[in-house]
Design a protein around this ligand. Structure first.
Ligand SMILES: Cc1cc2nc3c(=O)[nH]c(=O)nc-3n(C[C@H](O)[C@H](O)[C@H](O)COP(=O)(O)O)c2cc1C
Length: 208
């Protein structure tokens, strides 16, 4: 039985948010197509994720070395592992997130800081880093108000690209994307763009 982790990095409602619409379209379709699989939902805005900090860094380094942890380090390591364990255990992961200021919301950045652990998610070699989590499939569901797939802003896109490069560092190569873009720039086409995105999310979920 596959374990599938759905990560939502958006504080807005289904009514307000395009990427939350993609999230629910994907989730509903996936559940119907795969009723026996184990689905875990993680709403990052409902979680307590302090920025990755020195206590977490020192605690995770000591954990790798098998050294004794202080009470504060143990608490910090437990917090990181609460997010890392389901990430490592998942066969498939779906992320839904908006573009904010050309990149991902800070809470998603922090989540990626937690899970990108040397010795667990990747390791260094003389030839460079080698990912250790290559056996996963990932879907990225993203909404961005402007157009970045082509044109003058295309080299400014650091949300989907940032996710892809970070997942590739962990060895994850099997990545599909569903992106709705330009709906703020072209409000007259907004409804059609969103409907097309929802249809693409459903189609991708059925084959995921
Ligand atoms: C804080 C903030 C920053 C944003 N920054 C950008 C941006 O850099 N580029 C862009 O094209 N749209 C930007 N937008 C617009 C959103 O990407 C767009 O409205 C998108 O639909 C948001 O996702 P959501 O509908 O799932 O919440 C921004 C919106 C907010 C609220």
């Amino acid at each position: 039985m596959n374990q599938v982790l759905f990560v939502k990095a958006n504080c807005r409602s289904l009514y307000q948010s395009v990427s939350v619409k993609l999230y629910h379209a994907f989730l509903d379709t996936y559940r119907k197509a795969n009723p026996s699989e184990r689905v875990i939902e993680l709403d990052l805005y409902q979680e307590d994720l302090p920025y990755y900090n020195d206590v977490m860094l020192d605690g995770m380094a000591k954990r790798r070395q098998g050294a004794e942890l202080s009470p504060a380090e143990k608490e910090a390591v437990d917090r990181v592992m609460r997010f890392l364990d389901p990430f490592v255990a998942a066969d498939k992961i779906v992320f839904a997130f908006p573009m904010w200021n050309l990149t991902v919301p800070a809470v998603l950045h922090t989540y990626i800081d937690y899970v990108s652990q040397p010795g667990i998610a990747y390791r260094y070699t003389p030839e460079g880093p080698v990912g250790m989590l290559g056996n996963k499939k990932v879907a990225l569901l993203n909404a961005r108000g402007g157009v970045y797939s082509s044109g003058p802003a295309s080299d400014q896109e650091m949300a989907v690209n940032w996710m892809i490069h970070n997942l590739e560092l962990l060895g994850i190569q099997d990545i599909v994307t569903v992106i709705v873009e330009g709906h703020d720039q072209y409000p007259e086409h907004r409804e059609r763009m969103i409907d097309q995105g929802i249809a693409a999310a459903m189609k991708t979920a059925a084959a995921f």
